[in-house]
Ligand binder design. Sequence first.
Ligand SMILES: Nc1nc2c(ncn2[C@@H]2O[C@H](COP(=O)(O)OP(=O)(O)OP(=O)(O)O)[C@@H](O)[C@H]2O)c(=O)[nH]1
Length: 770
Amino acid sequence: MSTKKSIAIVVVFWWIFACFFFFSYTLHIQQRLESTQKELIGLSKIKSLNLLNKALQRYRGLYPLDPEQAADGGHIHQRLIELRQTVSSVESVLNDAKTASEIDAVFSSKDQEANLFDQITMLIEKNNQQLRIIADKYELLYEPDRENFILLELVLYTIPDMIESAAKSKAIATRAHTVYERPNDLSLIDNNLYVFSQAFHNLKLLIDQFENYSEFIQSVAVIEQEYQDYYQLLTGVSEAKPLGPGLFLFSEGTRLVDASYALAELSRQKLKANFQQRLVTYSQLLRVSYAALLIGLTLSIYVYLRFYRRSKIDRQLAASRKINEDRVNDLRKALHNLNTLQEICNHSLRFIAQHLSAVSGVLFIHNEKIEQLNLSATFGVNPKSVKHKLKIGEGPIGQCVLDARIYESTINQESNPSSVNIGITNANVKKILTFPLVNLGSTVGVIQLLLLEGKPIEHETVSQFADVMASYIDKEKKYDESKKYFASINKNVITSSTDAKGVITQVSQAFADISGYTKEELIGQKHSIIRHPDMPAELFKDLWSTITKGNTWNHEVKNRTKDGGFYWVDVTISPDLDFYGNIIGYTAIRHDITEKKKNEEIAITDGLTQIYNRRHFDTCFELKIREMRRDMKPFLFAMLDIDFFKQYNDNYGHQQGDNVLISIANTLKHCLRRPRDMVFRLGGEEFGFICDADSLEDAIKICEAVRETVESLKISHQYNAAAAYVTISSGVIFITPDTRFSPEHYYKAADEMLYQAKTSGRNNVKLRTL
Ligand SMILES: Nc1nc2c(ncn2[C@@H]2O[C@H](COP(=O)(O)OP(=O)(O)OP(=O)(O)O)[C@@H](O)[C@H]2O)c(=O)[nH]1
C-alpha cells in the first residue's frame, strides 16, 4: 500500500473518530440540558410542596388554639383561607388533583378536632415523601454536581426534617399549653427537638462542605438563635401549668420554622441559580457544538466532494497512464526484438505516427561527429522527396537538436512552408509535430510528423515514447559503431586470448591471416603451434615468469607460419584478471614487424653468404664482451681467413670463389648452431665467429673442429701450398672476464693470432688467452 493511501486512511479514521466524538459530546450536552430543565421543573414542584407543607404546618400549629378564646381567632380563619389558596395555587404545579381533595377531606371531617393534628401530620409526611418521589422523577437525585447534591440533600431531607420536627413540637407545645395535654406530649416535644437538633447538626455539617457558604452563615445563625430561644422557652414553660400564653409559644415556634423555611428557600434559590447557570452554559456549549458539527459536516461534504472529484480525475489519469505504460512497454518489447538500427528507426516512426494518427513523418538521426542529421526512416512519404542530410539548426528538425524540446505548430493558410522539413503534400494536414529523441541528455535524433487532427497533444506521452525510442536508437547506434570498431580490430589487429594455461580461446582474423591457420585450427591450441625454432627457449621462460606474476611482457618474436615460413611480431602480452585480481587468462596484441625485421636483417646480413656482416659483428662483439663481464663467463672469438684465396680466384674464377665463400659460410653455420653462437663475414674472404667456451681446451677443440670441417669439404684448390683443398687459417682469442680490454684490442689480438697462423704454414689455429 502506498504511503499516500495509508495517510488518507489514517486521516479518514481520525475524521470519523472526531465526528463521532463531537456527535456524542453534543448528544451528551443535549441530554444534560434536558436533564437540567427537568431538574428545574422538579425544583419548582418541590417549592410548591414546601409551600403546601408550610401552609399545612401553619394551620396544624394554629388549630389547637380555641377560635373563641384566642385573641387571634380571625387569624386562624385567615390561615385556613391561605391554606386553601395555597392548595389551589400548587395544584396546577403539582398536577395532582388528589392533594386538594385529600386536604378538603381532612378539613371537612366532623371529627377534626380529635384527629386533625394527626391527619395534617400525615398529609405533611405524605408531601415529604412526595418530595423524594419528585426528586427521583425529575432526576434531581442523580445530580452530578457535588454542591448541588448537598443543596438537594438540604432541600429534600435535612431541612424538611428540621422543619417538620420544629413544626411538630411547636404544634404539640401550643396544643398542650392551650387546649389539652396528652400524656406523652412532653416526651414528644423533647423527641422532636432532639430530631431537630440532629437534623440541624447535619445541616451544619453539610453546609461546612461548601466552599463558599457565606450566604448560608447568616441564615444558619438565625436558625440557631431561634432554636436556642425556643428550646429555652419550652424548657422554661414545661414545668409551669397551665402553660403560658399559647399564642406566644406558637409565635416562637413559628419563627424557628420560618427561619428553617428561609434556609430551605435559600437552598432552593441557590440550586435554581446553579441550574439556570448550567442551563446557560449548556445552551452555549450546545450552540458551539452544533456549530462545530455543522462546520465539520460541511467540511466533510466539501472534502468528500473534492476528494471524490480528485480521485475521479486521478482514476481517469491513472487509467490513461496505465494505457500509456502498456503502450510504452509494447514499444519497448518490439524494439528489443529488432536487430538493426534501420529496423528500430522504421518501427519507432511507424509506431508514433500511428499512435498520433499522423499522415506522414520522418526520423533523422543525429551524427555528433560530423554535426549533421541523416534521414533514417520515413512514414507515408517517399524518401526521395525528403532532403537526406540536414545541418544542425536547419529547419524545425535541425532547430530541435539545438533546443531539445517539442514543437507543435498549427497549419493555416498563412503558415510558412519553411516550418516543415518534410513538405506538406496533404491539404488536410492540421498540425506539425517535431520532437527530439533524447537519451541521457543528448539528442539522438528528431521525429517530425504531419497530423490530420489539430487537437492538443499530450507532450508527456510523446516524451515517454521518445525516451524509449531514443534509448534503443542510441544503444544500437553505439553498438553499430562498436561492431565496426571490433570488425576493424578483428581484421587489422593480430590479437589472441588464452585461458590461464595458455590454451587459445579467441583469435582475430588478422592473427589467422598472418599465421596461415584458420581460427578453428588455432582455438584450443597453445601458441607453440606458431613457435619458430629461431626463438630461444629462454625467451619463453622469461615470458611465462613475467606474465604469471601479473606483469605485462613485451618482445619482438619470430613466429612460424603454417606453411613453414615466418613472420615477425612485436608482441605485448597482458594477464586478464577477474574481479578479485586472479589471473583468468592472457591477451596478446601483436604488430607485424616482418618488413622492419627483414630490413634490419638485410642491414646486418652479408648479401653473398647470408651470414651476419661486419657491421653486425661490431655490435654483437661489444654486447658479448659486456655480457661476459656481467655473467662472468668466458667466450672465444675466432678470425678465419681462406688460404691462398687470391690464387683460387685467379685460377678457378671469381664466381667459383664466391661459391667457396658461400660453402665456408654454410659450414660455419652448421658447425656453430647453438643459439648463442654467431657467425660473421668480416670482409672479403675473412670470417669470424663468437661462441661460448668453458676453457681454453674447449676453445681449441671448437676451432680445430671448424678448421677440419672446412678441409673435409674437399674443395679442390691445387694452388694452396698448405693442402690440396680449400683450407682456413684461424686466429683465436679465448676471452676471460678478468680482462678489461676494448673490443678493438681483442680484435687486434685475434688478427695477430691469424697472422701467426698464416705465417706458420696456414691451415692451422693459433690461439691465445686474454
Ligand atoms: N671471389 C671472391 N673473391 C674475393 C671476394 N672478396 C675478396 N676476394 C678475394 O680474396 C683475395 C684475397 O687475397 P689475399 O688478401 O692476398 O690473401 P690470400 O690470397 O688468401 O693469401 P693468404 O691470406 O695469405 O693465404 C683477393 O684476391 C680478393 O679479390 C669475394 O667476395 N669473392
